[in-house]
Structures are given as structure tokens and as C-alpha cells.
Design a protein around this ligand. Sequence first.
Ligand SMILES: [Ca+2]
Ligand SMILES: [Ca+2]
Length: 162
Amino acid sequence: MTNTLISAGTVALMLATGAQAQGNGQRGASFIASWDMSQTGYVSLDDMQTHRGDMFDMFDHDGNGYLAADELAQMAETVTAQGELRLERQAENRAERQGEGRRGQGQNANPTGAIIHSAMSVEFNDTNGDGRISREEFLTATERLFAALDRNGDGRVDLSDF
Ligand SMILES: [Ca+2]
Ligand SMILES: [Ca+2]
């Protein structure tokens, strides 16, 4: 009986340790938690389209189906401030051992926060160069964003891509 209790406790401890390793600080973990809309344990292109589509609708304040540069900038600022990218950026900064604000690719294999942030710029999304972003442009650009994050090209963004 005592042995059973001890081993049950040991298992619980191991599970807790495992959960912690997945969560705080591990590259990619917070990104996957935020973007895995279908709760499959990895981020698919569909997940990313859903999430980016929601973001588009949220910042298309007048609902005309286009985002202007200032609305996109507001999106980037808000999403960063809300912490969705913050944890990922922190993990990256730790990895790079440098201060905030740098967007370079550096030696970082997959600087997710920086990539996602730059994917909210006009330049990244404005395929036809008219200075405003249609919902279609935004979702088409999402395919490029996904391809940039899916480093091993297996159609899923999971921890193995970081
Ligand atoms: Ca455009
Ligand atoms: Ca992958």
C-alpha cells in the first residue's frame, strides 16, 4: 500500500515536471498554446487562418474588408502587448542573450515572435501594393507565414520546428 502511494506520487511529480517543461520558457510552447485553435497539439495552416482571420475582423473597425497601415500597426501593438508574443519574445531574447527590439533572424533557428510580428506589416501582406490589406491578401500571406514557421515542412508547426 505504501509503495503504491509512493509510486503514484512519483508519477504525479513526473507529470508536473513534464508539464512545466512544456510551458514556461520552452521555445514554441507558448506559440502553440495560443495558435492551436483546434486543440490538436500542433498548429495547422487552418488554425493559423482561423486565428489570423479573427485578428483581421477584430481590427477592421469599420468592417469594410480592408485594413489600413494604422490598423495593422494597432494589431501588431495590441497582440504584442496582450502577451501572445511576449512569452515567445522573452524565450527568444533569452536564447539570443540580447536586449529587446531587435527583429533580425540572427542565429535563431525559428524566431517565431519576430516572424509573426513582421507578418502583421503592410509589406508582408500587401500583394497588390495598393497600401491597404484585404482579408484575402491577409489570409494568402498567412500561407507564407505558416511556411516560414513550419521549418521541417511537414504541414504542422510543433515543437520539432523550433
Ligand atoms: Ca492590398
Ligand atoms: Ca513542422
